[in-house]
Structure formats: C-alpha cells, structure tokens
Design a binder for this molecule. Structure first.
Ligand code: 13P
Ligand code: ZN
Length: 269
C-alpha cells in the first residue's frame, strides 16, 4: 500500500485510492503517461454510502452537458484535467475530483483541492460508467491511457479494422486470447474529450473488452482499476511482440487458428 497522508486516512475510500495510486505509478513507468496523458474513474458508490468528503477538499458545483440518469446519486472519483499520472501516484486525493451526481443526473457536486477540475474526458468516463451500471456486472472502473505500441498500430489502416487487429494481437501470445475474450474495438480518429467520442466508445464496448481510439489511446473497463490496467498491458505486450519481430526483420508467424480455437474452447465463458 502506498502511503496516504494522515488527513485522508479516516476516509472510507483509502484502499481504493491506494490502488489508483499504484496503477497511476505503473502508467508513468510504462511511458504511457506523457505530461497529463490519460485519466481514470472509479464508481465509489458501493463503499461510500452517504459519505461527504471533508476538508481539505473543497466543494463546488457544476452542470453536465447532458443527463446521466442512471448515475443519479452516485459518487465517482475522476482524475483532474491537466494532472500528471506521476503526481496521481503520489497524491491521488489531491489530483482528482470526488463527484456526486444529482438526482436529475445533471447537477453535480464536486470535492477537490482548489484548482483541480474534472478530466476533459469526463463525457467518455460518465457515458461508460453509466453503460457499466446498466450492464449490472459489477464493473466500476474505467481507464484511458496512451500505450505507445498500440497507438502506433492505429497509424496503419490495416489495424483500423477491429477483427484484423484483434486476430493479430490474439495470435502473439496466449494471454491475449485468454483474457481479452471479446477482442478490441477501434474508433476512427475523433476529437478528444468530445461527446461523439463518448457515444462511439460505449457502442464499441457493447461488443469488446477494450477500445482503441485511432492515433490517440486506449480505454478499458473492469471490476477495478487494476483489471483495466491488466487488459491494456496484455494487449500492448502483444503489440510489442509484433513490432519486435518486424524490427528483427521477419513477419511473426502467430498462433494458428486451431491454437486460438483451442484456447477459446478452454477459457471462454
Ligand atoms: P485530461 O488531462 O483532461 O484528463 O486529458 C488527458 C487526455 O489523455 C485526453 O485524452
Ligand atoms: Zn488521451
């Protein structure tokens, strides 16, 4: 567990915040979090109940551009816009916002240290969080990050086709086929932080475990934030194997259809 400052240790979310800090540290170490790159959210409602964050977090209010009716009353942690993952790793309470969505799904109360505002990718985080709640599988976490090798693949038109990209990544190492069972969705380049990007993302998540945003990054969902990280880490490892083989001057053979089918029959649920 990473150290959490004394003023925060009586908060009911200390364990989850520690996990967030751990993942933020990994994102920085992986080189996926240049400057303020990436953001993450966790729905904390199940563990906070009627909890209202106190000092030194300050209360402010804002109104969302659209209603997220299913999130009414929920409390979500979302990293702050412009914050560095390497700072989230050290001070998760001071680099993000605790947002309680009002009963109309639009008016929000936010607790954060002075000057910290929600990530510019709030439209995607809230749309995906609402989608996850509607699915009822107990998924609470959403991670958007900038994994270098996966992004590089999206600069080749061949890999903008989801089934081709998925088949290629699956065939590089068994873990990719075992753990990313519904494959990877790809969304054509869309303005970061836009509502259109949010809409396209939830459509893609209906059929896939992870979504790539062309020439931008990846978004993953999971039971917790470590789950989200593991999905992207596994896929980026596949992309690295693919590229390492090409850099060594050969086309990787990849697992065969029969081998992939055998993995599917053994592990798919
Ligand atoms: P924020 O700093 O607003 O979270 O944006 C980072 C990012 O990765 C945008 O896609
Ligand atoms: Zn981004």
């Amino acid at each position: 567990m990473l150290p959490v400052k004394e003023e925060y240790t009586n908060m009911p979310v200390t364990g989850i915040m520690s996990e967030i800090a751990g993942v933020a540290s990994l994102l920085w170490q992986k080189g996926w979090a240049e400057r303020n790159g990436g953001n993450l959210s966790v729905n904390l409602t199940a563990c906070v109940g009627e909890w209202v964050p106190g000092s030194p977090l300050l209360l402010s209010e804002f109104v969302l551009g659209r209603s997220f009716a299913l999130l009414a009353g929920d409390v979500l942690y979302l990293t702050g816009t412009g914050t560095r993952m390497r700072d989230v790793a050290q001070r998760p309470f001071e680099t993000g916002c605790f947002i309680r969505v009002g009963i109309d799904g639009r008016h929000c109360e936010a607790w954060a240290v002075k000057g910290v505002n929600p990530s510019s990718e709030l439209p995607s985080h809230f749309a995906v969080q609402q989608f996850l709640k509607s699915e009822g599988k107990g998924y609470t976490a959403v991670l958007h990050t900038h994994p270098t090798e996966l992004i590089a693949l999206t600069h080749n038109r061949l890999f903008l086709e989801s089934s081709y990209l998925t088949r290629t990544l699956w065939s590089m190492i068994p873990e990719a086929r075992i753990f990313i069972q519904r494959g990877v969705g790809v969304i054509p380049y869309t303005m970061p932080g836009s509502s259109i990007l949010a809409e396209l993302t939830i459509k893609a998540l209906a059929a896939h475990d992870v979504v790539l945003w062309e020439k931008h990054g990846a978004l993953s969902v999971g039971k917790d934030i470590e789950d989200c990280f593991d999905n992207i880490d596994t896929l980026n490892k596949s992309a690295m194997i693919y590229m390492s083989a090409h850099m060594a001057g050969f086309q990787p053979e990849g697992l065969s259809d029969a081998q992939l089918n055998e993995l599917g029959e053994t592990y798919d649920h």
